[in-house]
Design a protein around this ligand. Structure first.
Ligand code: SF4
Length: 98
């Protein structure tokens, strides 16, 4: 069982945040970042104090997966999503997977 740091959003909060992210993404037509862009963002996450070793962002306003994509997907691939502390923004059309 994974023990997250103090302050990490609980399961209900993580599920709510992830459901909101999925809704935003689906309503926008499921825009996806390029693999190169996703890799660059992943490096930012992996060097962040909010990154946890199981591949999740543990910021209280997030809790989403930022790894290579498990069963639930990967926030980094979803162009409608941004970093909760402003390290990377929502992507515009020029940054999307063609
Ligand atoms: S989404 Fe932002 S806060 Fe979360 S791990 Fe990545 S860089 Fe850090």
């Amino acid at each position: 069982m994974v023990r997250y740091p103090i302050g990490h959003p609980g399961a209900a909060r993580r599920l709510t945040n992830w459901a909101k992210a999925q809704l935003r993404w689906r309503q926008a037509g499921r825009p996806v970042r390029s693999p190169e862009h996703v890799q660059a963002l992943r490096q930012l996450c992996e060097s962040c104090q909010e990154y946890y070793r199981d591949g999740k962002c543990v910021h209280p306003d997030c809790g989403c997966p930022v790894d290579s994509g498990g069963m639930l997907g990967d926030k980094l691939q979803m162009a409608t999503e941004s970093c909760p502390i402003g390290r990377w923004p929502i992507s515009d059309a020029s940054e999307l997977q063609p």
